[in-house]
Design a binder for this molecule. Structure first.
Ligand code: PEP
Ligand code: MG
Length: 909
C-alpha cells in the first residue's frame, strides 16, 4: 500500500505542444484538465500549466491541508519551474514575473459552481515589475486590484454576509466612484487603482486579522486548497445534488500561466461556440470584448460584441442598431482582427472535428497573440441537442450508435412542452426586447430574488444579472430575464443547460431591487405582476399569453426512428383517457401498460354514482349503482381501444381505498345526503367507517375486488363489451386485464375466476369472443417472492414499482415528502427512490420476481408501469432484467424510447 501511494502520479503537466495526460483521463484530470492536455498535444496554443488530480481532492477531504500539501509540494514546484521555462518568466520575480490562474475542473463541467483565482503571484514588488515590463501601469495595477478582490473572496472568505449586504471590495469601489464622480471601472486612474489596492488590503487585515499574503507560494497553496474546498461549497453541493454527482468524484485543480486580454487595444477575450447552442444551427458564433478579462464577458457588465459579421448583423437588428453605429461601436472580430479571426476559426473547426461534438471555447488575445484557454462539449437546449446530433451524423462525424448515445433522454422533454399560441402572440403587447438566450415560452409572476422564486407557482426571475448563487432559484422559476449580459452570460449559459426559457441583456429594463420594481419606458411593474417571455425571439410581453402544442422538428422524428431501430424493448404508456392515449400514440407508444380505472370515476358526473355505489349497504344497492357506471366505463374503454389502434391495452381493476371517493366536507356531505335521500348522519357514519389508519396498506387493490366482486364483474363486463362492440365495427382491441396489489396466488385466483366467468357470460350474450389476458401487478414484496407460484395462473406481470418501493423501504408514498428531502440533503439517500429505481434493493425484488415468474412460465410477458418506467437509468435496468416493455406517462414516451435504445447499445459495448 505504502509503495502504491508513492508511485501515484498527482500532478500532470501540459504546454508547448506536449502533455502528460489526454482526453481519456477525464475522471482523473477533470474535464477541463483532460481537454487542456489534449489540446496542447494536438497543437492548439494553450497557456502552459499543470493539473492536480481529482484523487488529490479526495485525499484532501480525508487527510486535511498539511498532509495533502506534503504529497504534492515537490511536484507542484517542479511543474511551476516547467511553466517558467516555457514562458521564460519567473514566479515571484519582480522584474520578469510569471502570474498564474488557479481553477477548478470536475470530470463533468459545472459552470460557475466552483472557485477560480486569477492573476496569482502579484504583490507590491511584482506589480511594479509587471508595470515596467508591459509598460502599462494601468494594466498592472488593475490586475493587482482584481487579484486581491478575487483572492479575498475565494480564499479568505470575504464575501457579502447577507442578501442586503454588499461585497466589501465593491463597496470600497463604489465609494471611490462617488467621490471621484465617475461611473465605470475603466474611468479609474492609476492612482485610484493604487488607492484601491491599499484600501483592499486594509479591509482584509480588519476583517481577517491577517495581512494579505505577499509570498506567491503562500498565495498558491491557499488557492489550491480553496478550490478543493469549493467542491463542498453550497453552489457545488446543490448542483451535484441536482445532477446526482457523487461526492467522491472530487475536483481537479488546474494551474496555468496567465495570459492577458486587458493589455490594450490589441488584446481581448471571448467565448465562442462551434454551433448555435440555442437552436443547433451550424454557425460559428460567440462574443468578445477588447481590452478585457474573461469574467468581463460572462459577468455581463459590458455589452459584448459578436465574433462573426453574420452574428453581429443579426444582433444589431435585434438591438435596433444601424449599420454605421454597428461598424463603429460594435464591429465583429472578423471585421476588427481578420487574421486572429481566421486563426480562431481554424481552431474551432479543428476542435469540433477532434472532439466530434459542438465545442464551447474560451480564448484570449494578448497583444495580437491568440491563446485558447479551454474547450468543452457545449451545453445546449433540447432542440439544439437533437439538431446537432442529426447534423453531426449526416456530416459523417459520428455514427448512428454514437448519435443515440449522445442524446440526453430527459432533455427531450423540453421539446414536448407547449409553446406560445401564434394567435395569442399576435395580440400580445411586447414591452421590450432582449437577447433570445434560451428558447421556450414562459409565463409567470415577477420575482426579483432567486431565493424568492418559490413565492409563486409560476415565477419569472427578473435580475440585473444572475450569479452562481442564484442557481436554485433559476431552477425553480419558469423563466429568467436579465437586464444585462450577452448570449454567453451566466444566465444564458445556465438557462440553456437547464432547458429553461431565458432572455438576457434586455437593456431597456430598469430594475430596482430596493423597490422591487421593473420599469420599462416609464411604466412600472411590481413583484407579482404577470409577464411572459418568448425565449426564441427575445420578446418580453405584458401579462399572460396562451400556449399551444409544440411542433416537433424533422430531426426529432429522425432520432426517434433511430431509437426504434436499435431499441428492443417495447415502450407503452400509462394513460387513462382517449386523449392521453392519442398523445402517447403520437409520441410512439406501442400500447398502454397501465390504465388506472379509478381516475375515470373522479369526473364530476361520475363521482356521484360512484359515491352511491360506495354508500350502498347491500349488494343489490351496489349493483344498482354499478349498472349506472357500466356504460360510462364501457365508453371510456371503447375510446381508449380505438385510440390505441390494435395495440395492447392493460386495464387495471379498481385500486384505491374507497374513502378517497367519499366527501369529507360538510357541505358536500349534505349535498350527497339530499341526492341519495338519506340522512346526513348516515353519510357521516359511512365516511367514518371507511376511514383507515393506514390507507396505503388498507382496503385497496384486489382486496376491494375480493370483498366486492361485483365491482370486478362490472369492470370486466365493460372491458369485454367495449372490445366486442369495436370488433363489430372492424376495430381490433387487445385487452389485458390486470389485478392490482396481489400478494398471494389465491388472491389472484379469486379475481381471475370472477373475470373469466364474467367474460364468458358476455361472450355468450354477444355470441362472439375476443382474445384477452388476465395478469397481475407485482407491487407487494410477497408477490415478488412468490412469483413462481403466481405465474402458474397469471398471463403477465407488470411491476408496480411505486408500491413496491413504498413497501420495500417502508416509506409511505403519502408521507415520504416529510423526510425524503432531508435524507437527500444529508446524503442518506443519493436519489429519491420514487423517481429513480433503487436498483440495489428494490431492483432485487424486480429481478427475482422476473426470474421466478419465468422459471414457471419461460415466455411470461413482463413489464413495468411504476413511475420509473420513464426514467432513463431505470429503463436501462429494466432492459438488463429482461423485461418485454416499459410503460410511462405520455410525455415520457420519447425519453423511454431513446433510453431503451441506449440500454441495448450500452449493454453491447
Ligand atoms: C405502482 O404501484 O407502481 C403503480 C403503477 O400503481 P399506482 O401508482 O397506481 O399505485
Ligand atoms: Mg400500485
Amino acid at each position: 500500500m505504502e509503495i502504491m501511494e508513492e508511485v501515484r502520479k498527482r500532478v500532470f503537466r501540459f504546454g508547448s505542444k506536449s502533455a502528460d495526460g489526454d482526453s481519456t483521463m477525464r475522471n482523473l484530470l477533470g474535464g477541463k484538465g483532460a481537454n487542456l492536455a489534449e489540446m496542447s498535444a494536438i497543437g492548439i496554443p494553450v497557456p502552459p500549466g499543470f493539473t492536480i488530480t481529482t484523487e488529490v481532492c479526495t485525499e484532501y477531504n480525508k487527510l486535511g491541508e498539511e498532509a495533502t500539501l506534503k504529497l504534492i509540494r515537490k511536484d507542484v514546484e517542479q511543474a511551476i519551474a516547467n511553466i517558467e521555462k516555457i514562458m521564460d518568466t519567473e514566479f515571484g520575480n519582480s522584474e520578469n514575473p510569471l502570474l498564474i490562474s488557479v481553477r477548478s475542473g470536475a470530470r463533468v463541467s459545472m459552470p460557475g459552481m466552483m472557485d477560480t483565482v486569477l492573476n496569482l503571484g502579484l504583490n507590491d514588488d511584482v506589480v511594479k515589475g509587471l508595470a515596467a515590463k508591459t509598460k502599462n501601469d494601468r494594466f498592472a495595477w488593475d490586475s493587482y486590484r482584481r487579484f486581491i478582490q478575487m483572492y479575498g473572496g475565494v480564499v479568505l472568505g470575504m464575501k457579502p454576509e447577507s442578501k442586503d449586504d454588499i461585497d466589501p471590495f465593491e463597496e470600497i469601489m463604489e465609494h471611490l466612484k462617488e467621490k471621484r464622480e465617475i461611473e465605470l471601472d475603466t474611468q479609474f486612474t492609476v492612482q485610484d487603482l493604487k488607492d484601491l489596492v491599499y484600501d483592499f488590503k486594509d479591509i482584509v487585515k480588519k476583517r481577517t486579522g491577517h495581512d494579505f499574503p505577499t509570498d506567491p507560494w503562500q498565495q498558491l497553496w491557499g488557492a489550491i486548497i480553496a478550490v478543493f474546498n469549493s467542491w463542498n461549497g453550497d453552489r457545488a453541493l446543490y448542483y451535484r445534488k441536482m445532477h446526482g454527482y457523487p461526492a467522491d468524484w472530487g475536483t481537479a485543480v488546474n494551474v496555468q500561466a496567465m495570459v492577458y486580454g486587458n493589455m490594450g487595444d490589441s488584446s481581448g477575450t471571448g467565448v465562442c461556440f462551434t454551433r448555435d447552442a440555442g437552436t443547433g444551427e451550424n454557425v460559428f458564433n460567440g462574443e468578445y470584448l477588447i481590452n478585457a478579462q474573461g469574467e468581463d464577458v460572462v459577468a455581463g457588465v459590458r455589452t459584448p460584441r459578436q465574433i462573426t459579421t453574420l452574428g453581429s448583423k443579426r444582433w444589431a437588428e435585434l438591438a435596433k442598431i444601424n449599420e454605421n453605429e454597428r461598424l463603429v461601436t460594435y464591429p465583429s472580430l472578423e471585421e476588427l482582427m481578420p487574421t486572429i479571426y481566421k486563426e480562431l476559426h481554424g481552431y474551432q473547426e479543428k476542435l469540433e472535428k477532434h472532439y466530434r461534438d459542438m465545442q464551447d471555447m474560451e480564448f484570449t488575445i494578448q497583444e495580437g497573440k491568440l491563446w485558447i484557454l479551454q474547450t468543452r462539449n457545449g451545453k445546449r437546449t433540447g432542440a439544439a441537442m437533437v439538431k446537432i446530433t442529426m447534423d453531426l451524423l449526416k456530416e459523417g462525424l459520428i455514427d448512428e450508435k454514437e448519435a443515440i448515445l449522445s442524446i440526453e433522454p430527459t432533455k427531450l422533454d423540453e421539446l414536448l412542452h407547449p409553446v406560445f399560441d401564434t394567435k395569442a402572440l399576435k395580440r400580445a403587447h411586447v414591452i421590450a426586447q432582449g437577447l433570445p438566450a434560451s428558447p421556450g415560452a414562459a409565463t409567470g409572476q415577477i420575482v426579483f430574488f432567486a431565493d424568492e422564486a418559490h413565492k409563486f407557482r409560476h415565477s419569472i426571475l427578473t435580475r440585473i444579472e444572475t450569479s452562481p448563487e442564484d442557481l436554485e432559484g433559476m431552477n425553480i422559476a419558469k423563466g429568467i430575464l436579465t437586464a444585462r449580459g450577452g448570449m454567453t452570460s451566466h444566465a444564458a449559459v445556465v438557462a440553456r443547460g437547464m432547458g429553461k426559457c431565458c432572455i438576457s441583456g434586455a437593456g431597456a429594463l430598469k430594475i430596482s431591487y430596493k423597490r422591487r420594481t421593473l420599469t420599462v419606458d416609464g411604466k412600472v411593474y411590481h413583484e407579482g405582476d404577470w409577464i411572459s417571455l418568448n425565449g426564441s425571439t427575445g420578446n418580453i410581453i405584458e401579462g399572460k399569453v396562451a400556449t399551444s402544442e409544440p411542433e416537433l422538428s424533422g430531426e426529432f422524428g429522425e432520432i426517434m426512428k433511430l431509437a426504434d431501430k436499435y431499441g428492443t424493448m417495447e415502450v407503452r404508456t400509462n394513460a387513462d383517457s382517449p386523449k392521453d392515449a392519442k398523445v402517447a400514440r403520437n409520441f410512439g407508444a406501442k400500447g398502454i401498460g397501465l390504465a388506472r380505472t379509478e381516475h375515470m370515476f373522479f369526473e364530476v358526473d361520475r363521482i356521484k354514482t360512484m359515491r352511491e355505489m360506495i354508500l350502498a349497504d347491500t349488494v343489490k344497492g351496489r349493483k344498482h349503482a354499478l349498472e349506472d357506471l357500466l356504460p360510462m366505463q364501457r365508453k371510456d374503454f371503447e375510446g381508449i381501444f380505438e385510440a390505441m389502434d390494435g395495440h395492447p391495452v392493460t386495464i387495471r381493476l379498481l385500486d384505491p381505498p374507497l374513502h378517497e371517493f367519499v366527501p369529507h366536507q360538510l357541505a358536500t356531505q349534505k349535498e350527497l345526503a339530499e341526492d341519495m335521500h338519506i340522512s346526513l348522519l348516515a353519510v357521516k357514519n359511512k365516511v367514518a367507517e371507511l376511514q383507515e389508519f393506514n390507507p396505503m396498506l388498507g382496503h385497496r387493490g384486489c382486496r376491494l375486488g375480493n370483498t366486492y366482486p361485483e365491482i370486478t364483474e362490472m369492470q370486466t363486463r365493460a372491458i369485454i363489451e367495449a372490445a366486442l362492440n369495436l370488433k363489430e365495427k372492424g376495430i381490433v382491441s387487445k385487452p389485458e386485464i390486470m389485478v392490482p396489489l396481489v400478494g398471494t396466488l389465491s388472491e389472484f385466483m379469486e379475481q381471475e375466476k370472477v373475470i373469466r366467468e364474467t367474460a364468458n357470460k358476455v361472450f355468450e350474450e354477444y355470441e362472439d369472443t375476443i382474445d384477452y389476458l388476465v395478469g397481475t401487478m407485482i407491487e407487494v414484496p410477497r408477490a415478488a417472492l412468490m412469483a413462481d407460484s403466481i405465474a402458474e395462473r397469471a398471463d403477465f406481470f407488470s411491476f408496480g414499482t411505486n408500491d413496491l418501493t413504498q413497501m420495500a423501504f417502508g416509506y409511505s408514498r403519502d408521507d415520504a415528502g416529510k423526510f425524503l428531502p432531508i435524507y437527500l440533503e444529508k446524503g442518506i439517500l443519493t436519489a429519491d427512490p420514487f423517481e429513480v429505481l433503487d436498483q440495489k434493493g428494490v431492483g432485487q425484488l424486480v429481478k427475482m420476481g422476473t426470474e421466478r415468474g419465468r422459471s414457471t412460465k419461460p415466455d411470461l410477458k413482463v413489464g413495468i408501469c411504476g413511475e420509473h418506467g420513464g426514467e432513463p437509468s431505470s429503463v436501462e435496468f429494466c432492459y438488463a432484467t429482461g423485461m418485454n416493455y416499459v410503460s410511462c406517462s405520455p410525455f415520457r414516451v420519447p425519453i423511454a424510447r431513446v433510453a431503451a435504445a441506449q440500454a441495448v447499445l450500452k449493454a453491447g459495448s
